[in-house]
Write a protein that binds this ligand. Sequence first.
Ligand code: NDP
Ligand code: 2IT
Length: 451
Amino acid sequence: MNYIDKAMKRATETNCKEGANFFQALKEVLVSIEPLIQNHPEYEYHNIIERIISPNREIRFKVEWLDDKNNIRVNNGYRIQFNNALGPYKGGVRFHPSVNTDILKFLAFEQIFKNALTGLHIGGAKGGADFDPKGKSDNEIMKFCQSFMSAFYNSIGSDIDVLGGDMGVGEREVGYLFGQYKLLTNSYDSIITSKPLSLGGSLGRTEATGYGLIYFTETLLQDQNETLKGKICAVSGSGNVAIHAIEKLYDLGAIPVTCSDSRGAIHDSNGIDLALLKKIKLERRASLEYYALERKSAVYVKNDAFSNGSNYVWQIPCFAAFPCATQNELDIIGAQALISNNVKIIAEGANMPTVPEAIDLFVKNKIIFAPAKAANAGGVAVSVLEMGQNNSLNYFSFEEVDQKLQNIMSNIYHHMKKTCEEYDLGTDFIAAANILGFKRVANAMIAQGVL
Ligand code: NDP
Ligand code: 2IT
């Protein structure tokens, strides 16, 4: 039995049986590190694969809270502290009804290697709850955040595990989570990032994931004598990552023409009206349907109206496609449409947004593919800058953070390129990201001995 089959068998025995997302993430890493494993017998000697595929700790807790009608509500909360070989656990918190152990394990596993790629000293974790923030009042969100933090605050700490934002968790939620931790521990420790500025948040953190995605893409393209300038781009999602990707695309002279949410998609051939998008999604927290009502050039397609179930945005001809909503949102139908419309590059803003079969199609058709672990690492990287600023009490300007973000994204690309050369990978940036990330974590595990 080869190491991939052995590891998958071990994962099946020790993890949730229905862990489709976790196994998808796991398999991609295991397959692509093959050239590394062949050249490094020490990883087998130290049994790194079996050790790296099991989370160090999985915390599961009940979250009880009172809604506005004084009904007692109950949700499931989780924190997966997957690997801390490189530094304190670090990773976001997701509030979404779909959250379960499988989703959080895949996210935490990906986070280990993404965090390693930043070159910063942080381990990988992810947490969240199956709580749906949609339709909840501000008071209910606050109550939920306070109960969530009360349930597991003693498992985190500024040098143990530092939380951050993710889907459904932005500045508002982070502020409430932070406040409750402060109350319970009487400390102002930096146990969460993406904080509002008034609580010690970093300038540039809100923008970092979306901006970083576009910096990474432009760096990669420049290396191929290409640029985003003047090019039509398709973006999915309309949350934190998508909105700031669209903003940076405009800064670079590109033309983003699509966005989407959980209910439908927008195609605006004049270019997305960013101010209107922010008003609808960030201020009003409303559906994109209202965008189309206020903007005559926009076409709105409801998810169920595009009958094959695929996201409509991938049908729009574009030079570059940026999936920025959620996992497995770019399917084969979308990939086929993008390829037949001569897409040049796919760069993942969301975590694992492309199904494996679609990735295979892109690779077969020589479409450049920038994987999430590298392309969306700007968010967590600026989170670490936030931790550094909190600990040193020395705060950077927006321009300083933005410059550091550009340097980090450029370094990630250049290290991946070097890995491609070293292992003769051509432009297989998926393999390069996995090899580079794995190597850094594995070496740190070996250096610490058997724990
Ligand atoms: P937000 O909650 O701000 O936005 C999520 C967006 O995705 C919303 O537009 C939402 O629509 C849409 N969406 C959610 N579920 C679905 C679905 N099933 N089908 C179609 N659209 C959907 O989250 P973020 O922008 O922060 O996160 C987006 C992705 O980026 C996630 O994969 C996240 O893990 C990843 N990421 C986030 C980082 C960050 O710093 N925030 C860092 C790195 C990665 P609606 O408005 O209707 O809910
Ligand atoms: O997936 C991610 O990298 C994030 N959600 C950001 C995590 C963080 O700790 O800032």
